[in-house]
Design a protein around this ligand. Structure first.
Ligand code: GLN
Length: 533
């Protein structure tokens, strides 16, 4: 293709309409037509990245191969397109301002007044075009976070206006809105959509395509009415009806010919039909399970399921491999006590102890590990979950009663989890953890090597603390065996319990790499063990 095409996805009426899923679905369809596509997210908040945000604020922090701490929508992009994203795929207002202010300090604008327009908008445009300029992608789909009309997202929409002007038919806007159903009068209402398109028009942006989120089928005359009021063609009004799973959305968008309309607007050939064979196979297995299991997910943010988004989706992908529905019992680690943990954890097919930071809920997590260890319940500990399995073993098996992580107790006499060497002089919090993809070598004879079917792997990380190798032999002798190591530093990345059905702790985050087309082998192995229980 001669030049990269840019699609902007904006949202109106309300947040949480699923812009990320629409953007990812469109990417999936265009990819299936034979285009190389990447998704980008622009977030209108002032944090430089979401790494310092509490998951209660924005859900999970998703980590890319190159170690960027990003918005959870990037997880959807990767799960749908099976293509890795990077720092360039997620840009926040904080990062935009930081770049502009650094340039100002360097003297790049010497003599000039630095302003939102053109300096901030230029920086936004530069970040959008950066992805296209590499020659790697035919199409860049950029999702603008927030809702049109927000003060925060104004500079982004202004940048979109300018880009549309500069790029002509190489750029277009897909605007997602809501058509509410008023139960009392039994009517679908288009007014909010009209208003939200009007707010876009007021700032100079005419969307080419409207995607209307709805609970009920939208009749043709309603679509025509929206088209008429919003200056779009009737076939550019696309219905996005509520579905049981986000994984149905690409198929729904294909039915609605979103991809065809987009290709027409961008004046690019349709190439091949998007068959989505593997995708449909996955969906059939996922929607017609032959068995089911219940996994206890022990964490401290369980009220907000988005805090564990990638874990939940990894269970969906791996469950489908086994034609197994994976139910999650959400277990708040702060509520697990000596008096109730056996009752709370009984009848589970498996237990997962989640990643996390800080001491809140730690004792409950330790009880969950103890239960899994003593009762032969398949166990997966991720990051902090792995560290907890080490602490539990130290306290209850090695009888080092005050064993702890230095994160929780800096005075512990037995720091079985200690601060990584390279972290010792780190004082800044943002983007300073051990982040991104690292190699790991697995022991040939281990459950984890069986699960992966290989011994040389790479996985993504996000932590400051590590297994304290001084205790390695003691643990190994007593039955908790380090079986995965960083080949360069010797850092312990995986521990396994001997004489247990399936008990694995990993310092890394396997969940980030699970996609529909490549379900993560560790989750596949974990569910297999749970099914055997
Ligand atoms: N808090 C732990 C650490 O920093 C674990 C982090 C995590 O679970 N992602 O090492």
């Amino acid at each position: 293709m001669s030049s990269t095409k840019y699609i902007f996805v904006t949202g109106g009426v309300t947040s949480s309409l699923g812009k990320g899923i629409i953007a990812a679905s469109l990417a999936k369809l265009l990819q299936a037509r034979g285009y190389s596509v990447t998704n980008q997210k622009l977030d209108p908040y002032l944090n430089v990245d979401p790494g310092t945000l509490n998951p209660y604020e924005h859900g999970e922090c998703y980590v890319t191969e190159d170690g960027a701490e990003t918005d959870l929508d990037l997880g959807h992009y990767e799960r749908f397109t099976n293509a890795p994203t990077s720092q360039a795929n997620n840009v926040t207002t904080g990062r935009i301002y930081q770049n502009v202010i650094e340039k100002e300090r360097r003297g790049d604008f010497l003599g000039k007044t630095v302003q939102i327009i053109p300096h901030i908008t230029d920086e936004i445009k530069r970040n959008v075009k950066l992805l296209g300029s590499k020659g790697k992608y035919d199409i860049v789909i950029t999702e603008i976070g927030g809702t049109v009309g927000d003060i925060e997202s104004l500079p982004y929409v202004e940048a979109v206006r300018q880009l549309k002007w500069e790029l002509g038919s190489d750029a277009m806007v897909v605007h997602l809105t809501l058509v509410p159903f008023l139960a009392a009068s039994g009517e679908l209402k288009t007014k909010p959509t009209q208003h939200s398109v009007k707010s876009l028009l007021e700032i100079g942006v005419q969307p080419e395509v409207l995607v209307l989120r709805t609970e009920h089928e939208l009749p043709q005359d309603l679509r025509k009415k929206v088209a008429l009021f919003c200056n779009v063609e009737p076939n550019s009004v696309i219905q996005s009806i509520d579905v049981n799973t986000i994984y149905e959305v690409p198929l729904k968008m294909r039915e609605e010919k979103l991809d065809v309309t987009v290709c027409e607007k961008l004046k690019i050939p349709l190439k091949k039909e998007p068959k989505l064979v593997e995708w449909t196979k996955f969906l059939n297995r996922f929607q017609n399970p032959k068995t089911e299991i219940t996994v206890g997910l022990v964490g401290k943010y369980v009220e907000l399921h988005d805090a564990y988004k990638s874990i939940v989706e990894a269970f969906v992908h791996a469950g489908a491999v086994h034609e197994c529905k994976v139910n999650i019992k959400w277990i708040h680690s702060e509520k697990l006590k000596d008096a109730n943990y056996k009752e709370e954890l009984k009848n589970l097919n498996a237990i997962l102890v989640a990643p996390g930071f800080g001491h809140r809920g730690i004792e409950g997590k330790i009880l969950a590990v103890k239960f899994a260890r003593e009762n032969n319940v398949p166990f997966l500990g991720i990051c902090l979950g792995m560290q907890i399995s080490v602490i539990e073993f130290a306290r209850n098996v090695l009888k080092l009663e005050e064993a702890d992580s230095l994160e929780m107790n800096p005075q512990t006499p037995h720091p079985v989890i200690n601060l990584m060497e390279e972290q010792k002089n780190v004082t800044e919090k943002g983007g300073t953890m051990r982040l991104g993809s690292y190699a790991c070598t697995l022991h040939k004879t281990s459950k984890i090597a069986d699960a992966y079917g290989e011994t040389e792997i790479t996985e993504r990380h996000r932590h400051r603390y590590e297994f304290n190798s001084e205790y390695k032999e003691e643990f190994e002798k007593a039955g908790l065996k380090p079986v995965g190591f960083n080949p360069d530093t010797g850092l312990v990345e995986v521990v396994e319990l001997k004489n247990h059905k399936w008990f694995v702790g990993v310092q890394y985050h396997p969940e980030y790499k699970s996609t529909v087309i490549n379900p993560h082998p560790l989750f596949v192995g974990f569910i297999k063990a749970a099914l055997e229980k």
